[in-house]
Design a protein around this ligand. Sequence first.
Ligand code: ADP
Ligand code: ZN
Ligand code: ZN
Length: 669
Amino acid sequence: MSQIYADIIIDISHEAIDRTFQYMVPAELENSIEIGMQVQVPFGQSNRNRKGYVINLTDIPNFDVDKMKSISGIPDKSLQIEGKLIKLAAWIRKNYGATMFDALKTVMPVKEKIRKTAKKISEKEFNLTKPPVMNLNESQQMLIDEFVAHQEDGDFKTYLLHGVTGSGKTEVYIGCIKEVVKKGKQAIVLIPEIGLTYQNLARFRQHFGDRVALINSKQSKGEKYEEFMRAKNHEVDVIIGPRSALFTPCQNLGLIIIDEEHDGAYKSDQTPKYHAREVAIERARLEDASVILGSATPTIESYSLAKLGKYHLWELPFRPYGMELSSVSVVDMREELRLGNRSIVSKELYEMINDRLTKKEQIMLFINRRGFNTFVSCRECGEVIKCPKCDVSLSLHNNGFMMCHYCGHVERTVKECPSCKSKLIGGFGTGTQKVEEEINRLFPQAKTLRMDKDTTSKKGSQSEILSEFLDNKADILIGTQMIVKGHDFENVTLVGIMLADLSLFDNDYRSGERTFDLLTQAAGRAGRGDKKGHVLIQTYQPEHYAIVAASNQDYEGFFDTEMTYRRLLKYPPVYNMMVVLLTSLTYEDVSIASEELTKTIKNSILDDKNVRVIGPSDATITRIKDLYRRVIYVKTKDINQLENIRNLVDTYEKDGIKVAVDVNPVNMY
Ligand code: ADP
Ligand code: ZN
Ligand code: ZN
């Protein structure tokens, strides 16, 4: 037998050696070695043992065999990456920028064999919902018929299912999955982590029984491994999970569904900063599968692609017969203040809550709290208590401590202003706790539940709170974004949105879109039962287009206005945008480096009018964990041009400076 050589990607996160290295495969490994396997190899001068992945096997050496080292072994717990996922990793690396090793790690969310029988979700937890005894309506059936026709033709499309909240999108997903399962194929269903409720899973269980695997971040490594293997061995037909479940190895993938495709959680916040929607479409292309993206509020990106015909647009504009969309009213909080009401509860909301309490109906109060916390400030001199390591204010928790949400720094709440010594210092802002306190003061007879980061940090506490509310053990559920995702509460007839405009203060181009999404999703929680629901939006900016569109439940109108702004301001999806983030321990170093890199980029594009380089400037948060942050923005319509610039940025090296890129970012920098 002739000698075999292996091309190996080695575990070193360094651009300069981000390439394959060739090793000899020793005779004793010849029969077991395969592409995708993890191996141990001696590396560098010192011949230190390093981990690597085999990405190619050949019998032609690419350099002097006398100098070539041999693979030292195969770790026995390691899992093999599928060939198709290696291709996907290469695509991720090319599109988002990363070392090949990082890209390989990304497509392998479960890396080790760990024996452990998964704790099965108990039947009781699954019985939170009564089985939906229903026939698909005409609109739903039409979509599924069309899907079947495309499947018969071997035409594997990307569909965008735009359906109002409660229009029955999940039933369409289930119908389509049944079709691919009939053909012996598997489906991956991505759901934002927060929406992975038992209620949601139970619906899939009712149709696919035991042949459903579930992956979530609260599982142990062993539990995840078990579920992965069930998928890999085709012991399950459906895999449900958050973003990383996209990389579940499947024997025969037929369909990828991304529910709530507008959700920010589909974009990875670690290098490679990939977007699950884009990667899903590429994976589907590699494996002849279809993709369904579903949302009541599709991203501007997806909807414009659907309008251009790149995605196949499906619309479900109505809820099934008998279930009406809720009515909506808007309260101008400025007016409320003028009338002398200083409470965070407007007069109209007060009366409506009272009415529901007497009727024994339930209420949800939603606080749009993203990027907004209760911070500690001095009423006399205006001093705000900030984290010593980050340029952000500390958040007040009611346990007597203040905390930094960026680095975890904790300190005791101050009793006097460190600047002017005034005792008039305290919490400011409207957190969920504040709202709960106010509701308890106004409605002492009502039983309230609160759901936010603080009350749900324990494993299982989220579903406990939800099932308590579902069992009518409380009248009012108060919460953040968490309460707007995918839960059906039949007895909820009022949804109050406390401060609709808070998310408009985020200074990034998606804040309008995010606000519209949140309001629409929150509004969609009311009236899920037989009784019609009402949504009350409290805002300081009732004239803002995102709030106007949300109160009219007018997605098209919102889309048109938003696209006009994006076009005008050259933002995605009209332009591609890349952020280059530089960080360093001193402000001076990062300033010099960012000026230098900006010049390099500008020189490389000469006077190409199609590329705009903006900055350098300070990032929105100028310091995190002692590191100063500067940003450069690059905008262009041509994605290849962006790739060239990214490659250029990758080669930039300077002592003490870290450079990271994010293509079409979802969050502000
Ligand atoms: P979405 O995913 O669009 O928010 P769901 O699929 O959760 O909507 O459906 C909303 C509600 O309507 C659920 O309670 C579901 O059981 C019900 N439903 C869906 N399709 C039908 C139908 N054809 N007939 C009656 N009820 C339906
Ligand atoms: Zn901090
Ligand atoms: Zn002060």
